[in-house]
Design a protein around this ligand. Sequence first.
Ligand code: USQ
Length: 406
Amino acid sequence: MKIAVLGGDGFVGWPTSLHLSEAGHDVHILDNLSRRWIDTELGVQSLTPMDSIQERTRIWHAETGRRVHFNLIDLAKDYELLKGWLAKNRPDAIIHFAEQRAAPYSMKSDRHKNYTVNNNVNATHNLLNALVELDLDAHLVHLGTMGVYGYSTVGAAIPEGYLPVGIETVDGRSVSQEILYPSNPGSIYHMTKCLDQQLFQFYAKNDGLRITDLHQGIVWGTHTQQTRRHEQLINRFDYDGDYGTVLNRFLIQAAIGHPLTVHGTGGQTRAFIHIQDSVRCIEIALNNPPARGSRVEIFNQMTETHRIRDLAEIVSKMSGAQIAWLPNPRKEAPENDLIVRNEKFLGLGLEPTTLGEGLLSEIVDVARKYAYRVDRSRVPAVSAWTKDIAAKVEHDPEGKRLKSVS
Ligand code: USQ
């Protein structure tokens, strides 16, 4: 297949591009390199040293003889450029990762909220619009989030996208229907993924576009089979308070002797998936496209759920790290249960990589190797969800409040 990977320079986009290239596909990355610019804006860098995208693709070619093409295109701003590229290349499938993906970054300020909404919603809409305009029947696979469902305890399993509901008709009959699961975003970032869902529903219904939306949990890990092949193919690895995700952050914190930063009681339960499974799921989704004219296909892309404090305890036991119970900068349920259906990927052959100690210590080893690149002052999460919370969670660039740990 000729595959366009939009956002192919990012944390999931890069290993996905390599995985698909190794599987024999013709891979074309479209990316505006915004993630690298945001690192510059925030004054942080990936824990792992990343080469330029051009250098990465050069190394991939030298290692494997395969080409991964790179095109500098901003989906949200350069509609004509995107349309021109699609018209010329007519890919069989498109994977859409090209969105600002961090909840804390999206909540930093009014400017960051505007940027996240404008970037994410325009990127998705420009793409859908261009596909229709060009009569391009490419299968669109979008990386969405488990966060569209929200994180309140409902006492029932979360289905894969659609919820069966019974409706009482005006003439007293009972009819059943499947509706999109009610969205309940917890951040501006998550809200943009809810808006994406609506765009997909419309374009699948109105124009028959073939769309798969992957509701992914929190990714952990860093290496995949392909990124391990050469030091310069290494994946990015975020540890800072805006872009680092919880389990990877705990593992890096353990590696540098920093207390594990649990928000609140750590009673939040979330869905998780290892990066290797994430790229496998995308391949499975690509191989199982919906028929033209059918509804948006939705998969829950996660393999297990964990409570944050349980993860902190696992990492603490493994490494001897202390746990810091911090005021939560986010507005979220302090405790929640989470049961998620994920039979669709399992039925299509996914064999989950679960939280074995082996893989956890591999990540700690990577973190120790590059610990010299960590700026400890960027570890605390300081982006507050509301002004009230900001007043309580005092800005603490030196991480001093972390010294009073349990
Ligand atoms: N948390 C801590 N300590 C930390 C960091 C986070 O206790 O140092 C807590 C947060 O308060 C939250 C939970 O851990 O309750 C998850 O936070 P996170 O930063 O790991 O994940 P989140 O902000 O939800 O976003 C990440 C990705 C996003 C993806 C999402 C999947 O950045 O792109 O969509 O995970 S999900 O969480 O299932 O919505």
